[in-house]
Design a protein around this ligand. Sequence first.
Ligand SMILES: [Zn+2]
Length: 72
Amino acid sequence: MATAIVLLGLCLLAVTFCYIGRCLISPWGTCTRCRPGGKNRTCRACNGTGMRPRLGWQLFVYFRRLHSGGTR
Ligand SMILES: [Zn+2]
């Protein structure tokens, strides 16, 4: 049982690191709202660019801002 928990934890860690790496390599993902039709100039989610920052990247920027604001 303990082995299963350790394996599960390792899998979660691996997935998390893969996601963080992906966010660092390409912080901009494609917009899911206007994806089928490509770029949509009236799309509010991406302002018509067709690109949106990933959730992980948004969190990273948020915490970086918090940090820089707290250590000023
Ligand atoms: Zn869009």
